[in-house]
Design a binder for this molecule. Structure first.
Ligand code: GDP
Ligand code: IMO
Ligand code: MG
Length: 422
């Protein structure tokens, strides 16, 4: 083990939570570096299900240090709720958990703006999680955000709240929405600030010390490569850098100290919200939804589904410098007669081997498929490469070839032990 960045290679929900939980065994410190409570990372321990939104999935292992880095946008009310929920399930959240003093605070107007902006977009809406992510990052970039260092100082916070709220309430009233109440926010946020204050620290220094002490540090990506604000299917993206670079800027950990970038991808593709997805397929979606699978961990929305898009994964491998990939949900394909891999796109007679940035082109791209015979055998009990059906091996070898990456971990069920190294 070493210092590892784990990113999603698709559109989010690849199974990062589960793989982080597995990799945490050999890590000392687990760090979230971007996104916010738009993330929903599912971990099963036995039959107990946990869904983490802000706290690193590593928290489920005792004696690991978990950090929320400066790049994350934190809704303090959601965070308190998440901590209380974990404590109620006997998970320790104490001196094993730290919050960056320079992380930005999601305020109630951010959530209201998120809803308002989506409403105004009508048919062109992004389909956000309505957690105020975009507006919080916008204000961060506009240099009008509120940071944890301000939030935990009562007088400073009160002053900032007054200034910012007055500005936003003007806009809400102009748009026929109700103004937000200063006293209610002050009270709710002050209670949360007192609860969270003990966790707030200089996490850049904390990570620096951990590095010097040769600890193994694991960076838990949120969302996926094609929801990245720069490299994703803009504007149908989230508002942070979900790709490997985001782990460094979002934590203050130097790129030169990263040893490896790993990816997580599903054996097929999924996406929640609007935006292009060339290999989308209604039949697969119906099949997976019929099994009760592929409903969003944060919003409960049914996820869009399709065949594995190797064009996208290959592009993700290039952008992130991925050298190893964990493939999850292999068991989701167990009953399929035939299985396809999208190996290229075609548009107006041009073949694309990498995801085109021009959305007008991407939206019209037709998938070029290669078809493989299904294995029609349950794989959930398989724990080694040799036990896999021959057709599964052929499919996985083809995926490695088309995605240009080595698959090193296979996941055949949601539980911790339904995983093996290849
Ligand atoms: P994340 O956001 O990347 O952490 O992924 P989510 O938790 O949102 O979604 C992944 C879903 O797939 C969750 O319901 C997991 O429990 C589930 N999952 C992960 N790996 C496997 C697997 O190999 N097989 C099955 N059946 N489910 C899996
Ligand atoms: P995890 O970490 C899947 C999607 C939303 C929407 C777009 C913008 O669980 O993989 P936002 O609320 O971020 O402004 O929404 O991004 N989205 C996700 N999709 N998994 C996620 O996180 C996501 N976080 C945001 O559905 O399309
Ligand atoms: Mg998720």
């Amino acid at each position: 083990m070493a210092n590892i960045i784990l990113v999603g290679a698709q559109w989010g929900d690849e199974g990062k939570g589960k793989i982080i939980d597995v990799l945490t065994e050999k890590s000392d410190v687990i760090v979230r570096t971007q996104g916010g409570s738009n993330a929903g990372h599912t971990v099963f321990i036995g039959t107990q299900k946990y869904v983490l939104h802000l706290i690193p999935s590593g928290i489920l292992h005792p004696n690991k240090i978990c950090v929320i880095g400066n790049g994350v946008v934190i809704d303090p009310l959601s965070l308190v709720k998440e901590i209380d929920g974990l404590l109620a399930m006997n998970i320790i959240v104490d001196n094993n958990f730290y919050i960056s003093q320079t992380a930005h605070v999601v305020m109630p107007w951010h959530k209201q703006l998120d809803v308002l902006k989506e409403m105004k977009k009508g048919d062109n809406k992004i389909g956000t999680t309505k957690n105020g992510i975009g507006p919080t990052y916008s204000e961060k970039a506009d240099r009008t955000g509120i940071r944890f260092i301000d939030f935990i100082k009562p007088e400073r916070f009160k002053k900032l709240l007054k200034e910012r709220l007055d500005e936003h309430n003007k806009v809400f009233v102009e748009n026929g929405m109700e103004a937000l109440d200063f006293n209610t926010i002050l009270e709710q946020y002050s209670v949360a600030a007192q609860k969270l204050k003990p966790f707030v620290t200089d996490t850049v220094l904390l990570l620096h010390k951990a590095r010097k002490a040769k600890k193994n540090i694991l960076f838990e990506g949120a969302q996926g490569t094609f929801l990245d604000i720069d490299h994703g299917t803009y504007p149908f993206v989230t508002s942070s850098n979900t790709t490997a670079g985001g782990a460094c800027t979002g934590s203050g950990f130097p790129p030169t100290a990263i040893d490896k970038v790993m990816a997580v991808a599903k054996a097929y593709s999924t996406r929640v919200g609007s935006g292009p997805m060339p290999s989308e397929n209604a039949e697969i979606a119906d099949f997976l939804h019929g099994l009760g699978r592929e409903f969003g961990a944060t919003t409960g929305r049914p996820r869009r589904c399709g065949w594995h898009d190797a064009v996208a994964t290959r592009t993700a491998v290039m952008i992130n410098g991925i050298t190893e990939m964990a493939l999850t949900n292999l068991d989701g394909l167990d009953e399929m007669e035939n299985i396809k891999i999208c190996v290229a796109y075609e548009c107006d007679g041009t073949r694309y081997d990498y995801l085109p940035a021009d959305l007008e082109i991407l939206e019209r791209c037709k998938p070029v498929y290669e078809t493989f015979p299904g294995w029609k055998t349950p794989t959930s009990k398989v724990r080694s490469w040799n036990e896999l059906p021959e057709n599964t091996k052929q499919y996985l070898k083809a995926l490695e070839k088309y995605c240009e990456v080595k698959i090193t971990i296979l996941s055949v069920g949601p539980a911790r032990d339904e995983t093996f190294n290849v």
